[in-house]
Write a protein that binds this ligand. Structure first.
Ligand code: FES
Length: 113
């Protein structure tokens, strides 16, 4: 059992310690906003924040972030989401689809033209 703190919530996951954080987030915690693309730490699609620092979750073992603060796109503040959306169309598309299954909340950001 690995104890995680994801988007401010304590979560216990029963996975192998070396399982990539990406798959823990997507498959175990149903946080699908974090995306898989290259799988080799090159593209950044899987980036999450761990203790405030960007980390490529596709190559990060789940056990290495035990008891640290993980923030996914579902956990970003509206201000952070707006900043992200202004700088990246890909990020804006992700924001539109980011839903936290535990609360049912969907991130929505409306930007002025
Ligand atoms: S999926 Fe490309 S860096 Fe992780």
């Amino acid at each position: 059992m690995i104890k995680l703190n994801v988007n401010g919530r304590a979560r216990d996951v029963d996975v192998e310690p070396e399982m990539p954080l990406l798959w823990v987030l997507r498959d175990e915690l149903k946080l699908a906003g974090t995306k898989y693309a290259c799988g080799v730490a090159q593209c950044g699609a899987c980036t999450v924040l761990v203790d405030g620092q960007p980390v490529r979750s596709c190559v990060t073992p789940a056990a290495s972030v035990a008891n640290r603060k993980v923030v996914t796109i579902e956990g970003l503040s509206p201000i952070a989401l707006a900043a992200c959306s202004r700088t990246s169309p890909a990020c804006a598309a992700e924001v539109a689809n980011a839903t936290d299954p535990s609360s049912g909340a969907t991130a929505r950001v409306t930007l002025a033209p």
